[in-house]
Design a protein around this ligand. Sequence first.
Ligand code: ATP
Ligand code: MG
Length: 575
Amino acid sequence: MRPPRGGYNTRFAKKCQRSNDTSMSETDKHLNFIEQIVTNDLASGIRERIVTRFPPEPNGYLHIGHAKSICLNFGLAESFGGACHLRFDDTNPEKEDTEYVEAIKRDVQWLGFQWEGEVRYASNYFDQLYAWAQYLIREGKAYVCDLTPEQAREYRGTLTESGKNSPYRERRAEESLDLLERMRQGEFDEGTRSLRAKIDMASGNINLRDPVLYRIRKQHHHQTGDKWCIYPTYDYAHGQGDAIEGVTHSICTLEFADHKPLYDWLIDNLPVPNKPLQYEFGRLNLNYTVTSKRKLKQLVDEGIVDGWDDPRMPTIAGYRRRGYTPASIRKFCEMIGVTRSDGVVDVAMLEHAIRDNLDKNAPRAMCVLNPLKVVLTNYPEDTFEQLTVAGSPNRGDLPNRTLPFGHVVFIEQDDFREEANKKYKRLVLGKRVRLRGAYVIEADKAIKDAGGNIIEVHARIIEGTLGANPEDGVKPKGVIQWVAAHEHTSFEARIYERLFLEEEPTSGGRNFLDAINPDSLRIVSKAIGEIGLAAASVGQGYQFERIGYFCRDSKADTPVFNQTIGLKDSFNKPT
Ligand code: ATP
Ligand code: MG
């Protein structure tokens, strides 16, 4: 097998290493079907170098489904020493905006990928596409049609019934050329004319029934301004954009399989400089999640969430704000793989990927969401210690943390009971518990308010229990977290549940908004944490011990921590 120019890099090399054998048959087992195709194309010499592209329409923010396409397209270029382009499919100016262009660029880079060369736009090719449209007309392969969209729909036929030729189909080329130019000059109203390819109105594939190539749209465009008032359709612009850029493998989701004959027809009938091929893979669907920009936009527009980057949104920007790491999203995309069929992936798998990543990497911190005051009656009021604990049990490279300790500490309200059975391994009157990284304490008394609520606990430290068991042999049953009263940081914690209560929020044609979880955000306004958290930077994830993984919010002016994910893993566990 001949390696491509530039050689294979890590992912492919790793696959080879894993199989411990670089012969085709062994390594092939680990390749997905697209990697397999690329491997064959390079080995047979059909392609010298591969070029892929990621082609988002800038009409919304990228979501987790796009991450799959990004990892696939950019990943192939990386693995096989090729290139991946970022090309905005900007053929529908009405719904597009430069805000989305900027957000998409940021998200691709945040995921760890870099496109080759400049950012590209389908609109870069509008002049060439127009010239090729004229070419098709001259070749007798396209015509200007005067049917309105409604009439054209009637002529198109159905899945079971063939279509009828448009009365304008045999119009002379000169006339179509003239009309197309006048369409471009803005002479006609929207919907009065279109340019259509002349293919086959009786085709079993509706996409081949004289598809529209150009429509009149009197719209300002974010890239081309007011230069154009006719815009190419996606089908016309896409494959030709691929050809112009030298894309070799044009990878898209399965719903475009029916468009492939049209993709090929256009490439075959135009004097394009290069012949790309389209390949389709199964799109990512996640349960309890909506992956449609249109629906996500509705959540934003109707104020159901706080913008595209709301931490509950399945957008890349939302995951980033919530504390997901690029590595965890890439890992998830690797876990789900790439196949030829659509399926629904359990969102628990994505949650597992981030939990696993943070468990290994995140520094630990102690926090209390609902503080209960504990007065340590035998610990002097004027004595303060600095205790030292590890940054994380899994990261020897992290610096130790320093925890101030004194006469009063706070614990979680849930971690104290006056009485409890043996299963409750926290603080109980007359019993002992260890304060993580500090002393064993024993509770003596609960102080209550007029309503009978416990507002304070009096306890004693057991001497000599810093890093040692009690000398009297009475060991504590459990370990709980705590925060010093005299020195700590205060913040708001935002705890998230899934945004949808239903596994398939969009199934059965129902309104997906009916499946919204009304309790998807819980705000804990008076949380406190160890003092080191005052310096937490945005993007740094922490494990708040015994609570979950958290990350400082990037937007709020006051200190806010978003819960990334809880500690309990439901993935692959019997429920
Ligand atoms: P949406 O339906 O959310 O608007 P889209 O397909 O219209 O998605 P594009 O901006 O056109 O969005 O998508 C850019 C690329 O990402 C396309 O190649 C598309 O096939 C791919 N893509 C979009 N959604 C998914 C998904 N759920 N899984 C995998 N790839 C996806
Ligand atoms: Mg699209």
